[in-house]
Design a protein around this ligand. Structure first.
Ligand SMILES: [Zn+2]
Length: 321
């Protein structure tokens, strides 16, 4: 049910490399979408987000509300504080800047919280009370659902599961710390493991698929090699699944969710690592065999979840003003 006149809502999900904007109608259908590269710097980001939302509004002619999902730490005052995947400290009153630029109130939340909101409302977590959402992209985006609500914590910064330390002396993370879960169980983690394997093995099928250029090796070369039955690639994916399982086991110890939703680009190859993930999770979780396992499932809404959730957030907040 829409409380507004138009029934349309704009939602924009800001990623490390691109922004995805959608218009949601009152039946939660995406009626238009657009993509644009994420610019560097707060001023440029505000300008690009204003342009994209203005462009989207032109399609139905009028919208009720606008919401934005941002990657990193936001506080409850609408300030964007810290964004490792956008280059570090931001410290900008982003909600205020966007409101001023657009001449209307806007609503913001962490991008993964937005995706969780969408999965909870219209995706994989309908009717679920306790769940986590983990998006596997360049880094790890994550959100915690408890008692049927997305949790924001005391300061708005809850649910950054990707920055749980899994190896105190491990790989450096974009956040400036070491050994964060996202340094392993993400697209960049998989890419690093693929490169290491390509160097160690000669001849390497992974390297062949990357055109013989080590710098060009990406996760997709690894998954393609694994699909071709390359033993090294299958081993690397098994290690990736172990890191993913380690973090999920830690999450279970802390939160005991009934559902774990995996989203992001890496879910396209879910069939390749689902079995090893389940195997490693069972071996790593506290009290294995003496507790119910959570369901671990791919996200239902795909890459649009964050943008759809930002639109849903804006619609809810607009209706309850
Ligand atoms: Zn980190």
């Amino acid at each position: 049910m829409s409380a507004g006149r138009a029934g349309y809502t704009v939602g924009i999900d800001v990623g490390g490399t691109k922004c995805l904007g959608v218009i949601l109608d009152s039946d939660n259908q995406v009626v238009a979408e657009t993509r644009v590269a994420t610019p560097a710097g707060t001023d440029n980001l505000v300008e690009v987000l204003a342009e994209v939302s203005t462009e989207l509004v032109r399609i139905p002619g009028e919208v009720d509300a606008m919401g934005f999902g941002l990657p990193g730490l936001l506080d409850t005052e609408g300030r964007f504080r810290f964004a490792p995947n956008l280059g570090g400290p931001v410290e900008a009153p982003i909600a205020e800047l966007l409101s001023e630029r657009l001449g209307r109130q806007v609503w913001i939340d962490n991008d993964a919280n937005c995706a969780a909101r969408a999965e909870l409302r219209i995706g994989a977590a309908i009717g679920v009370q306790d769940a986590v959402l983990v998006t596997l992209g360049t880094g790890i985006g994550s959100s915690v659902i408890m008692a049927g609500e997305v949790q924001r914590g005391a300061h708005g910064m809850a649910g950054e599961l990707g920055h749980m330390t899994v190896d105190a002396h491990g790989e450096p993370c974009a956040c400036g710390r070491r050994g964060c879960w996202e340094s392993y169980a993400s697209g960049s983690g998989l890419r690093r493991m693929a490169r290491t394997a390509a160097i160690a093995e000669s001849p390497s099928q992974i390297l062949v698929l990357a055109g013989g250029d080590l710098e060009n090796v990406r996760g997709e070369h690894l998954t393609r090699a694994a699909r071709d039955g390359d033993v090294v690639a299958v081993e690397v994916l098994d290690r990736f699944a172990w890191w993913l399982a380690l973090g999920l086991a830690n999450v279970s110890a802390a939160l005991d969710p009934e559902l774990m939703i995996l989203g992001g680009g890496l879910v396209a190859d879910w069939d390749l690592y689902e079995k090893p993930l389940q195997k490693h999770y069972s071996a790593l979780v506290l009290g294995s065999g003496h507790r119910p396992d959570p369901a671990i499932v791919p996200a239902a809404l795909g890459e649009r979840a964050g943008a759809m959730g930002a639109a849903l957030l804006a619609r809810d907040e607009f209706a309850s003003r």
